[in-house]
Design a protein around this ligand. Structure first.
Ligand code: PMP
Length: 428
């Protein structure tokens, strides 16, 4: 079994696959979250200190307000460019009222896994609606996207299979691939030529190409028609993680399949999340009838986990109405993207090429990225600094995420603050 690695990846996070391939000698390198080396209780303090010294220690902030362009934290209001609430629906009155009505009908908890008694009429109706919305035969609702990816990949690809992953895939695709025990082939970001070469020489009886559609830290979009063509040619599943495309791409927000006008294919396994543009929480997998039935029968994260509260399914139903109807939300994002990209020209940092709501400003150094985040905060603006291992070493960035609920004044305020910071000495 071979594992392909890339020179530019960080040597310090090379890892070995868990159980199924521990006997193999070749380590796999990836920039994504993977099982970390074991830590004894004694060296935990040192390890935590190391993280701090490398500028990698993270902290959570406590938010004291609903989601929106302005968040209150520590008693202070900040203009936020942090959230994945791309359409501004997380605090929408229609969703709140759907939850209230559902509470009256179903109460709070779902009580059991879907296979026992946790599958309510609200969940069932949502699955039907989601499948129709993305144009696939059937859908299965999950409590989180992370869980969905951990379910899909092992259910469809086993130890004799190979999963081909874009180098910048989200951690939960990589973790799903680890869990499957399949061989993992990481191909350079969006490099279809290399992917094709590797598919052509792969002898596994079962192959899957798994990719983010919109890359979560970069904002660029995978070439889905080309990926489907390759999967057809080399007889592979195509697993699409549309976490950042669902609701945002497509004329009615149906996601990346509609964006590219991709024809129906039974080899597409589509995963959409419901905690980002849909403004709620949860996820769904959609695909051919038999794929979904197989997941329902065999995917352990689905079968053995309590289904999500029915009120969340009801909230997503309300959200889908708005996503489909209110095109202005997607148009607003497009206008804000243009304004931001024009506004930051001439600054010492570049925005990555991105046509989506995710606009990453590449800073490079971890410490400078954190300092910029702090300086923006002094000016009342909250933009997260994203550092390794979430992104490759040397590419720390401010991940600016735009929402339909931002105004052009909000974006102007961010541009002005970046211009002021650009004149300051950040190396101190
Ligand atoms: N896939 C991608 C590309 C993501 O960005 C995320 C969340 N950040 C997930 C999956 C996981 O989804 P969830 O938050 O619903 O677990």
């Amino acid at each position: 079994m071979k594992h392909h690695s890339f020179d530019q990846l960080e040597p310090d996070i090379s890892v070995r696959l868990s159980e199924s391939v521990q006997s193999q000698s070749s380590p796999v390198k990836t920039n994504l979250a993977v099982p970390s080396p074991s830590t004894t209780a004694l060296d935990l303090d040192q390890r935590l200190l190391d993280l701090k010294q490398q500028g990698l220690r993270r902290r959570r902030r406590v938010v004291e307000s609903p989601q929106g362009p302005r968040l209150i934290t520590n008693g202070r209001e900040l203009l936020s460019f942090c959230s994945n609430d791309y359409l501004g629906l997380a605090n929408h009155p229609a969703l709140i009222s759907a939850v209230r009505n559902s509470l009256e009908q179903y109460g709070v908890g779902s009580g059991a896994s879907a296979m026992i008694s946790g599958h309510t009429a609200a969940h069932a109706a949502l699955e039907t609606r989601l499948a129709g919305f993305v144009g696939l035969e059937r859908a299965l609702h999950f409590s989180t996207g992370y869980m969905a990816n951990m379910a899909i990949i092992p259910a469809l690809v086993g130890k004799d299979g190979t999963v081909f992953c874009d180098r910048l895939n989200h951690a939960c695709i990589v973790d799903g691939a680890w869990l499957s025990g399949a061989e993992l082939e990481v191909y350079p970001h969006l490099d279809m030529v290399t992917l094709e070469k590797r598919l052509a020489r792969c002898t596994s009886p079962n192959k899957m190409v798994a990719t983010d559609t919109v890359f979560s830290m970069d904002g660029d979009i995978a070439p889905i028609p080309k990926l489907l063509e390759l999967c057809e040619r080399y007889n592979a599943w195509l697993m699409l993680d549309d976490a950042h495309g669902f609701g945002v791409l497509g004329d009615r927000g149906q996601g990346s399949l509609a964006h590219f006008n991709v024809p129906y294919s039974s080899r597409i396994v589509y995963m959409g999340t419901l905690g980002k543009a849909a403004g709620v929480s949860g996820a769904f997998v959609a695909g051919a009838e038999n794929v979904i039935e197989w997941l329902l029968q065999t995917a352990k994260p689905y079968v053995f986990s309590t289904s999500c509260p029915p009120m969340l399914a009801a909230a997503v139903m309300a959200s889908l109405e708005i996503i489909g109807r209110e095109k202005w939300r997607r148009e607003r994002i497009r206008e804000l993207i243009l304004q931001l990209r024009e506004g930051v020209t001439g600054l010492p940092w570049q925005l990555l090429h991105s046509d989506t709501a995710i606009q990453p400003l590449i800073v490079g150094d971890n410490h400078i990225a954190v300092r910029m985040m702090q300086m923006l905060e002094v000016r009342g603006i909250w933009v997260p600094a994203i550092r390794p291992p979430t992104v490759p070493k040397g590419t720390a960035r401010l991940r600016i995420s735009l929402s339909a609920s931002h105004t052009s004044n909000d974006v102007a305020q961010l541009i002005d603050a970046l211009r002021v910071i650009a004149r300051m000495d950040l190396d101190e």
